[in-house]
Design a protein around this ligand. Sequence first.
Ligand code: FAD
Length: 513
Amino acid sequence: MTNSVHTHQPKKLLIVGGGSAGWITALYLHKYFNQQGQHLDISLIESDHIGPIGVGEATVHSIRFLFAALGLDEAELMRDTNATLKSGILFRNWMKPVNGKTHEYFHPFEQQRHSGNLDISSEWILGEHYLHQRYDQGTCASSAFLEGMQCPKAPMSHPYQGLVPYGYHLDATLLGQFLQKKGLEAGIKRVVDTIEVVHVEDGEISSVSSKSTTYEADFYIDCSGFRGKLIEALAEDNWISFEDELPCNKAVAIQREYLPGEVPKPYTTATALSHGWAWQIDLVNRQGTGYVYDGKRLSKDQAEQELRALLGDAVTTKDALHLDMKVGCRKAFWVGNCLSVGLSAGFIEPLESTGLHLINLGARLFATHFTAGQCNQTIRDSYNRQLSGIYDDLKQFIVLHYCLTDRDDSAFWQQAQRSADNNPQLTEKLQIWKHKICEFMDLAGGFTTTFSDENYRYVLYGMQHFPSLHACIDKQQNHTLFSQLKKHSDNLMRQSSSHQAFLERLHQRPLFE
Ligand code: FAD
């Protein structure tokens, strides 16, 4: 890896790849530098015979702040991408059924409200509310929205503002087209061509060329997807695989029509199957589904069959799309004068819908590092260190979903129970969390930009891993606290309409008969 130093701030930037990573990065950098009065000449090359991946339809809630920062009109974005709102993820079947009842828990985006001396989680555990209620049902308002199929936004609310935090379900292909339209309107130059050769001199890219044309820039951004066309040419041995901890390396995606009377749910469903899990993501006009599975233990046909069995009588609208997933990340995301963003930088399986979020973080962090002065090795090291930390944190959080399971009905789930064995930090935390609740400071020191202690608690306690606490509580106060919380959530519910009514108002027509 090079130590070379640019003595001037690069001005000409070339992005290779026109998937969500390419267009989000282009739009964000264009906006960021323009606002600072710096002109950056941004071009984007995309191939007309290598398509974008075409999956990736759910987001985390903070993506709202990115869309707002890009100046996108929320209503237009939602209409153009057939979007619905998402207040969290309902996990189903991640533990054995109890008394014939399917195990379910909800991971909302909501931050818990604090009580008096004791935190809400300790109050909930010590009050033994788990005997008759799910943790999320007792401690957050979003669960009531889920049960009631309510919209997380109030009818006339401001763009990007919710009664409870929310993200989106969007059609990935339409999102790509929408971002491209906005990119072109912003003045980003688009070239349709396929890069075949990456020319490297002294550890930096000097140019890239297609069959007919050579393109030169001061700086290159690799958004070419899993193939990592540019970054791979710069550095060998630049990949860390996460497959030891996260063995799902394949996916099959199927789109289906709604059944009569079915309306889109304002949450994602993640159902654990025999060798992985299936997503169900409701858009305005269809449901996107997919099975993320361990390809070393299940064949493509078996996976497709199992997914179709889950979908039952539903009519599918397209052929199944089978995908290989490269799960891991770069050792160095920024090498010389090339940055990788999106799937070329890394990929953690989509259980918590973090693909677009990682693009958001990558682009934002790059903008501040890029303006920090000369693009020298110190700047690159700082960026690389921070992104590595973010990927490590995310991986740990995803492993948490698997290692807490009590399922042992396949070799996959037996291994899942041991998936924290290769992660000593998580193993140690799990030991500690048997005796105390999971708190912010337990995670501090990492890069908990995405999932904090509150998110950990939704998963830990949703998966029945409660600490044994011994404090005495005032029963009356405990009762009052949870009654107040219930009142708060009833009050929010009264301000919202159904998710269906919200979508029909947005599109100004009936959508679901
Ligand atoms: P791609 O979409 O693959 O785009 C690559 C681009 O590079 C294309 O435009 C292509 O034309 C271009 N290209 C490639 N090679 C060349 C070349 N040689 N010359 C010129 N152009 C080239 N993310 C979420 O946020 N939420 C989810 O729910 C989610 N679910 C997912 C489910 C699965 C199964 C998978 C695999 C991913 C999921 N993701 C999800 C991740 C998400 O799909 C990606 O992060 C996102 O689509 C960005 O992809 P990309 O732009 O990096 O790559």
